[in-house]
Design a protein around this ligand. Structure first.
Ligand SMILES: [Zn+2]
Length: 162
């Protein structure tokens, strides 16, 4: 791995407040095969992954949890954040749920490769909340296009340290 997430003490200092929705930008430098609960074993090629979630009870606690490697695995995404680097976090603290709108937009973004069927979308009608992109994808461009879904600018925190 060429990148690593911040230690928990720095994650605690994240300047995140409010409630709303977020995007995790994950990067896998090499392919990994991971057991994802009931979804079974999923092969994740190297690349960039966007995960769409919402935290209507508070963004900070949720994002801190994602950034911790050591955790009790509960959600599908926990299987991935235990192994992959979280490179960036984008969020909107307007108290609304944008995750499904973003997930539906994701497949039309440049560099999109595939989505992991059923991942993170057990409680909605989306096919997936985890979408895979080329390693070379232009993250700034992807961010701009997702912002158009909600008509607001993301707040963001680059979390990779290396
Ligand atoms: Zn959804």
């Amino acid at each position: 791995m060429s990148t690593s997430i911040r230690p928990a003490t720095e994650a605690d200092a994240l300047d995140i407040t409010g409630k709303g929705s977020y995007v995790l930008v994950l990067r896998l430098d090499e392919p990994r095969s991971i057991d994802v609960g009931k979804l079974g074993r999923v092969c994740f090629p190297a690349g960039v992954y966007l995960y769409f979630g919402s935290a209507l009870n508070g963004l900070k606690g949720r994002i801190q949890r994602h950034l911790r490697r050591e955790k009790k695995v509960h959600w599908h995404i926990d299987h991935l954040t235990s192994l992959a680097s979280i490179e960036d976090v984008w969020w909107i603290d307007d108290g609304r749920n944008w995750e499904c709108g973003w997930a539906n937009r994701a497949a039309g973004l440049p560099g999109w490769n595939w989505s992991v069927a059923g991942f993170g979308s057990s409680d909605c009608r989306c096919s997936s909340h985890l979408h895979a992109f080329d390693s070379t994808s232009n993250l700034a461009s992807m961010r701009r296009q997702l912002q158009r879904v909600c008509g607001r600018r993301f707040k963001r925190e680059a979390t990779a340290s290396g």
